[in-house]
Design a protein around this ligand. Structure first.
Ligand code: PBG
Length: 324
């Protein structure tokens, strides 16, 4: 035998010399859930280890993450039912929870990058990412863009570094880029949810925000899980419309899509390791069926190997602990 691949694996020194991919805390973004009130820390049942935090607790968590090397968080506000309306106007109420949380983080943890979500579902009494036509139930594209732009400008004013349009309306990246630029926010990045699939893996997240659609599903705007090439079409549009970073979501069941986007594009690619993926790992670990820590690191490495530069993950904190 002339060729023996095992020669390169015989000890850790050789293995680490030829290792192709690395994972470090700076690759990770931690999504966090925020609620109104003081001294609130309400566990999310389907996401063990995660809670809805009031702003005082959110600040403590952000400080801890920062000290561990996690320097970007993505905020998701859980809005009271009484503030949810068909026009989702709470989405651009500058005194609203989302913007208070952003300002609080930027004041108390100045180095922390904050990513703000752009979509109407947390604020919509219909639980959809866009406006719903009351007669037909259709999700209205162009009228939604205007509201998303207001939301984005409020987030930028509050100090957000990155906006993350997760709504999947057509044309929103370009529309938001123009709106931000007109208001002088040329430096605000757009991390577009470029290939966001109509996935069952978002279940625990919708529990956390109580944001599941009241009627129907999200299949007329989120992508069909059967499609890969369509992601390249979305990517070409987002690039042309000025996206700075392109995301694939969910992550684990869509590693092929991450790979294809990375091959096609010169933009940085991110992967969203979503709530359902997190919940599955936690459930198996709680049953003693898998080695939790090893599975977490192997999962995160798989995103890096597929081509993701950045990973949004609910494992961010525990992964940083393991990596440090
Ligand atoms: C909604 C939004 C969702 C997630 C992030 N933004 C859920 C959805 O589209 O219904 C899911 C994240 C996760 O499951 O971790 N704009």
């Amino acid at each position: 035998m002339l060729i023996r691949p095992r020669r390169n694996r015989q000890n850790e020194v050789i293995r680490s010399m030829i290792r192709e991919n690395f994972l470090a805390p700076e690759h990770l973004i931690a999504p966090l859930f925020v609620i109104d009130g003081k001294d609130q820390n309400i566990p999310i049942k389907s996401m063990p280890g995660h809670s809805r935090l009031s702003i005082d607790h959110l600040i403590l968590e952000a400080k801890e993450l920062y000290s561990m090397g996690i320097k970007c968080i993505a905020l998701f506000p859980a809005i009271q039912d009484s503030l949810k309306t068909p026009d989702a106007r709470e989405a651009y109420n500058e005194q609203g929870l989302n913007f208070r949380a952003i300002r609080a983080i930027k004041e108390s943890v100045p180095g922390m990058l904050v990513m703000g979500d752009i979509a109407l579902d947390p604020y919509s009494s219909d639980g959809h990412d866009g406006l719903v036509d009351p007669k037909t139930g259709e999700i209205l594209n162009d009228p939604t863009l205007e509201i998303l732009a207001r939301q984005a400008i409020c987030e930028a004013k509050a100090g957000v570094d990155i906006i993350g349009p997760s709504d999947m309306m057509d044309g929103r990246v370009g529309y938001l880029r123009n709106a931000l630029d007109e208001e002088g926010f040329q430096k605000t990045l757009i991390m577009s949810y470029t290939a966001k699939y109509a996935s069952a893996f978002y279940g625990p997240f919708r529990d956390a925000l109580d944001s599941a659609p009241k009627k129907g599903d999200k299949k007329t705007y989120q992508m069909d899980p059967s499609n890969g090439t369509e992601a390249l079409r979305e990517a070409a549009l987002d690039e042309a419309e000025g996206a700075d970073i392109m995301m694939v979501k969910p992550g684990l069941a869509y590693l092929d899509v991450i790979y294809r986007l990375k091959q096609q594009s010169t933009l940085p690619i991110s992967a969203y390791n979503v709530s359902g993926e997190y919940a599955m790992v936690k459930a198996a670990a709680q049953n003693g069926w898998i080695d939790h820590d090893k599975v977490v690191l192997e999962t995160l490495m798989s995103f890096r190997r597929a081509g993701a530069d950045i990973i949004l993950t609910y494992h961010a904190k525990e992964a940083a602990l393991l990596l440090n």
